[in-house]
Design a protein around this ligand. Structure first.
Ligand code: TSJ
Length: 636
């Protein structure tokens, strides 16, 4: 060959050594996220065994040495010698890139899908990996290190069990983070259990004493998922409406229930992968809902013959829905490869949901009526909301003449250089205005608590003075009219007191940004300022501590002394302008936390906001208790 590579060299490059040399080509990151994906990579194989009908239980164990064990009660990975490579099939699975397929075609699979890099990549990125298989009456084991066989396949002895067990220890020279997070794994494993009805998944933390376990097992599958997502909401009717069916080789499940809120929470999955950009299956669901509810509404005279139909948005206000399909050859497209392209999926979902929902509504007209009445209210409110949105848009499009009165704008007109501080309270706002660097820092003080956008419709939200001030100042508009190129500040910085009220205000603001201008967060423009918790003075010298740990290390360093003066800051208002500048606003010294989001976590983020901001107390109390150990600097 002209480039001088021999076939043999190419073979070598395609081996597992390539994975270790360039992990980024095989996993999307070597950060904490990539580390956790190793677990999903292994678990997906057991889920496939469950989808094939041979496995009912999966256990995931976080071991003390930070290795992970995955156990299933499926058929066991075959151990027979594979003809082509003259090796046991199980060894091929762990040592050949993208192995599999030969003995498992013609079934729905979740592994090998989008992230599906296979067990061999996990093996290559592990310091050690052990597999045990119980199959055909015997137990076998094989050991690997860095992807290489260290103990060949060994027959251990007879057993009456069946199944596969894999233990792997991620290589800490490859991953930046090697400690597994129970809660991160829990969210996804619970989701897999919801999406695979009947499958029991247990997550066990053996690093805790006593061992901490949670199990997920849902006979109702995605209809239980919808009930779970609505648990912090007031629902409009008790049923979760659920349909399943098969058409064109596409297995379709859909479930939904309305709540009395205003946001649309519709999620779609293909082979257990969350299709964050939607696609044909989602389009099929939306079209079926719009068509079928309009048919029902007309038939029952909720809409007159000459009246406009309900729009899809009207019907989906307050809707929590999931569509989950299994398809043999998914075609993914879109920016993040999370958009389904198969046209047969649209047809399958549309026709199954249309047909079954039509029958359901005939048999349950009272529920149909509740939904249509809610949609009719939404339809009326929608036109008011559109006017409010357009007004907000027009206002922001005008020049600085229309900027809010409370805004102290910066003089530099290049957004690249500019930042805006959203400040809690007029007094802190006043100090911030004095302290700021006028050229590049704008200050927008907010009075009191801002509106909870989870509990109001667009028209009410956009009438709110504080929200209007932000929209006008940012310049981007909201929702469909949002245009990031109009953004007037490169950084939007939320500055609140370091106490519970401050945290609440930050959450309200983040909820507003997330619902109305999610791209601000997605593109990394939103930050939280971190004011100091303590001021330490000794012999006219001053230190600031931003956490209890930092306070302790400062005290250790300067020595415990009668002359030390330690002041606990209760709020921004206690600092004068100079202190505020020095501790929280000076770009050279301040601490800013950038707010980020991972598309994969969208469902969980939606859910977290609705729990924190929703109307039921119990789920919120439970959430705060469970997450209390992760919350720092909360002055309770
Ligand atoms: F991939 C893997 F090695 F990482 C892995 C695979 C890890 C774990 C924890 C489980 C599994 C796995 C594989 N569980 N069950 C299976 N099943 C098969 O590999 C299997 C068994 C029998 C047949 C058959 O056609 O008889 C086909 C397959 C795919």
């Amino acid at each position: 060959m002209s480039n001088g590579y021999s076939a043999n060299q190419i073979q070598v490059l395609e081996g597992l050594e390539a994975v270790r040399k360039r992990p980024g080509m095989y996993i999307d990151s070597t950060s904490s996220r990539g580390l956790h994906h190793l677990v999903y990579e292994i678990v997906d194989n057991s889920v496939d065994e469950a989808l094939a009908g041979y496995c009912t239980e999966i256990r995931v164990i976080l071991n003390k040495d930070n290795s992970v064990t995955v156990i299933d009660n499926g058929r066991g990975i075959p151990v027979g010698i594979q003809e082509k490579l003259h090796k046991p099939a199980v060894e091929v699975v762990f040592t050949v890139l993208h192995a599999g397929g030969k003995f498992d075609s013609g079934v729905y699979k979740v592994s090998g899908g989008l992230h599906g890099v296979g067990a061999s990549v996990v093996n290559a990125l592990s310091k050690r990996l052990e597999v045990r298989v119980c199959v055909d009456g015997y137990e076998y084991s094989e050991h690997f290190a860095y992807g290489n066989v260290t103990e060949p396949l060994k027959k251990l002895g007879p057993t009456d069990k069946r199944g596969t067990m894999v233990t792997f220890l991620p290589d800490d020279t490859i991953f930046e983070e090697t400690v597994f997070d129970f809660n991160y794994l829990k969210v996804r494993l619970r989701e897999i259990a919801f999406l695979t009805k009947g499958l029991k998944i247990t997550l066990e933390d053996d690093r805790e004493d006593p061992v901490y376990k949670e199990s997920f097992h849902y006979e109702g599958g995605i209809s239980e998922y919808v009930r779970f997502l609505n648990r912090s909401k007031t629902t409009l009717y008790d049923d979760v409406i659920y349909f399943e069916g098969m058409k064109n080789d596409v297995l379709v499940e859909a479930a939904f229930q309305h709540n009395d809120g205003y946001t649309e929470n519709v999620y779609s999955f293909v082979n257990n992968i969350n299709t964050v950009e939607g696609g044909t299956h989602l389009a099929g669901l939306k079209s079926a809902l719009t068509k079928t509810f309009n048919d029902f509404a007309r038939k029952n005279k909720f809409i007159k013959d000459n009246e406009e139909p309900l729009s899809g948005e009207d019907i989906r206000e307050g809707l929590t829905a999931i569509v989950s399909i299994k398809i043999k050859e998914p075609q993914f497209g879109g920016q993040t490869k999370r958009k389904l392209g198969n046209s047969e999926a649209r047809v399958a979902v549309d026709s199954i949901v249309s047909e079954k929902l039509g029958i359901y509504l005939e048999q349950n007209p009272a529920i149909g009526r509740i939904i249509v009445e809610k949609s009719l209210v939404a339809k009326r409110a929608r036109s008011a909301a559109r006017k409010a949105r357009e007004l907000a848009h027009r206002k922001s499009a005008l020049d600085s003449m229309s900027l809010p009165g409370k805004l102290a704008d910066c003089s530099d007109k290049n957004p690249e250089n500019c930042e805006i501080y959203i400040v809690e309270g007029d007094s802190a706002g006043g100090s911030a205005k004095t302290a700021r660097s006028r050229a590049t820092q704008a200050i927008l003080p907010l009075r009191g608590k801002i509106l909870n956008v989870e509990k109001a419709r667009d028209d009410k939200i956009l009438e709110n003075a504080e929200i209007q001030a932000m929209i006008t100042a940012f310049g981007t508009g909201v929702r469909d009219e949002f245009d990031i190129s109009k953004l007037r500040y490169n950084k939007i910085i939320i500055m609140t007191d370091a106490d519970v009220d401050g945290a609440h205000i930050s959450t309200l603001l983040l909820t507003f940004f997330y619902r109305f201008m999610p791209d601000l967060i997605r593109e990394g423009h939103v930050y939280l300022a971190k004011p100091p918790l303590y001021k330490i003075e000794k012999n006219k010298k001053v230190w600031y501590a931003y956490s209890d740990d930092e306070l302790n290390s400062i005290i250790t360093e300067i020595g415990r002394d009668q002359n030390n003066k330690i002041q606990r800051y209760k709020g921004l208002g206690e600092m004068d302008a100079e202190q505020l500048w020095e501790t929280t606003m000076d770009p050279e010294k301040r601490i800013l936390l950038r707010v980020t989001m991972d598309e994969d976590d969208k469902l969980d983020i939606d859910n977290t906001f609705s729990i924190l901001m929703g109307d039921k107390v119990e789920p919120r109390r439970e959430f705060i208790e469970k997450n209390a150990k992760y919350v720092q600097n909360l002055d309770i």
